[in-house]
Design a protein around this ligand. Structure first.
Ligand code: EPZ
Length: 430
């Protein structure tokens, strides 16, 4: 496993551009299985998770060409053989489960390993299976694999017990080719759902209401190819904005959609940070005179995103006063607390709630990345801390952030990436 060595205490300043969204790209790549015609996707970030999803589609027989420098992905799934994707790949990344809906709709049968639980929780898929069962699919679990088949999917009225992003995406994709109308209630409303629906509609689907809790899909006989540009990554944007504030710096973050960041912008302003919309696609984020502790509660969109909770906790660790973080989406998303505590943070975890007593400073230390967003939090803490931080198991970071060290170095950060093979790539501030 590779790691990052961070020299902290340097305020980050300058302009930084956000990449395309990981969590929009992954379902849209899966959606390419719904048609045999070419699907071209622009703005696809070169991430470990994207590479895994590409390998899953290639394992299903799709022809995939990825020009990473242009962030351009071309997929032609052709006449999909009713194959099972490579089990080791699907097990590696939960988002691979998003091929379930498209394969059922296209091939009428599917065999997929149950996605394992992961660092942030058990993360079942019961809502995915319940919705597709209502549409006429039958499932059995055999040796840890979900075996599904259908005589043909048909429209249904489905109420999601929880607004699950993945379940909304799987059901919506399957419904585009089902016979009749599907109504999905209590659906997830994240911007990535809207982006997926827009892509599906550009392929000839009839999805109405994406972005609200009530989505209606009229099934069509087939979908065609398309060319679609994914939305900017709101979680990467928020992570970068927090880096600017937490290091006492001043950043202009470009290629953002401010509307997708409202919960974070509100919390940053409440905490005393300087937040300014420069124009429709750029936001300035800078440290204010002082950062006051606030209370944070993660919620499904349009609430505060759970994917920015670890990063925001670092701001609270350095704020004046005591703040609280309540994590309502995942049952175990405080694994970054251990690393922050070894850097001097004062945090007490009580179930789904963390009480954070702000400190005047953090000090660098060797820390282990627990998961993707926990890795981002520890990176931010290392950038703000006095002294050197060694972020071990930094591969977690590279699952969701593309060339982040290079972009941070252009803002003044002192980072050294040491890959597993011991090659040293030193990124130093300009
Ligand atoms: C998506 O995961 C995102 N991943 C996650 O981002 C994000 O944290 C999450 O949505 C919530 O916003 C992608 O889009 C690839 P869920 P997903 O289904 O779809 C429970 C990141 O850091 N649940 O909305 O897996 C589940 O256990 C990642 O980029 C069920 O109980 O999330 C969890 O507690 C991390 N049954 C909650 O719902 C189900 O059938 C939210 O899960 C499905 C989910």
């Amino acid at each position: 496993m590779g790691h990052l060595v961070i020299q902290g205490g340097i305020p980050l300043r300058g302009k930084v551009k956000v990449n395309g969204s990981k969590n929009a790209s992954l379902p849209i790549i899966a959606a390419a299985l719904l048609t045999g015609e070419p699907v071209i996707i622009e703005g696809v970030p070169d991430l470990l998770d994207v590479r895994t999803m590409i390998a899953v589609l290639e394992g299903l027989g799709a022809a995939v060409d990825y020009a990473e420098e242009q962030a351009l992905l071309r997929i032609a799934s052709g006449e999909l053989p009713p194959a099972a994707p490579p089990a080791d790949l699907v097990s590696r990344m939960r988002a691979s489960f998003l091929v379930l809906g498209p394969l059922l709709a296209r091939n009428k049968k599917v065999s997929l390993p149950l996605p394992g639980g992961c660092a942030i929780g058990t993360r079942p898929v019961d809502l995915h299976l319940k919705g597709l069962t209502a549409m006429g699919a039958s499932f059995s679990i055999v040796n840890g694999c979900v075996e599904g088949h259908t005589a043909g999917l048909r429209g249904a009225r489905i109420y999601l017990d929880f607004p699950s992003v993945g379940a909304t995406e799987n059901i919506m994709m399957a419904a585009t080719l089902a016979a009749g109308t599907t109504v999905l209630e209590n659906a997830a409303t994240e911007p990535e759902i809207v982006d997926l629906a827009n892509c599906l509609n550009s392929m000839g689907a009839q999805v109405v209401g994406a972005g609200t809790a009530h989505i209606r899909i009229e099934g069509v006989p087939r979908l065609g190819g398309t060319r679609h540009a994914v939305i900017p990554d709101r979680i990467e944007a928020g992570t970068l904005m927090l880096a600017g504030v937490i290091t006492g710096g001043d950043l202009i973050v470009e290629n953002v959609l401010p509307d997708h960041l409202k919960p974070l912008l509100a919390k940053l302003i409440e905490a005393g940070a300087v937040v300014e919309e420069i124009d429709s696609t750029a936001i300035r984020a800078a440290a204010g005179a002082r950062t006051a502790a606030v209370d944070l509660k993660t919620m499904p969109h349009p609430g505060f995103s759970t994917d920015l909770q670890p990063q925001f906790m670092v701001l609270l660790a350095l704020a004046e006063g005591t703040g609280t973080v309540t994590e309502t989406v995942f049952e175990n998303r405080f694994r970054h607390v251990e690393g922050l505590s070894s850097m001097g943070a004062r945090i007490r975890v009580e179930g789904r709630r963390a009480i954070v007593q702000g400190q005047p400073r953090l000090s660098g230390a060797p820390v282990v990345a627990p998961d993707l967003r926990g890795a981002a939090a520890l990176l931010l803490a290392g950038l703000a801390a006095q002294g050197e931080t060694k972020l071990l198991q930094a591969e977690h970071l590279w699952r969701g952030y593309c060339r982040l060290e290079e972009r941070l170095a252009l803002l003044g950060a002192q980072l050294e990436r040491i890959s597993a093979g011991r090659e040293r790539a030193v990124h130093t501030g300009s």
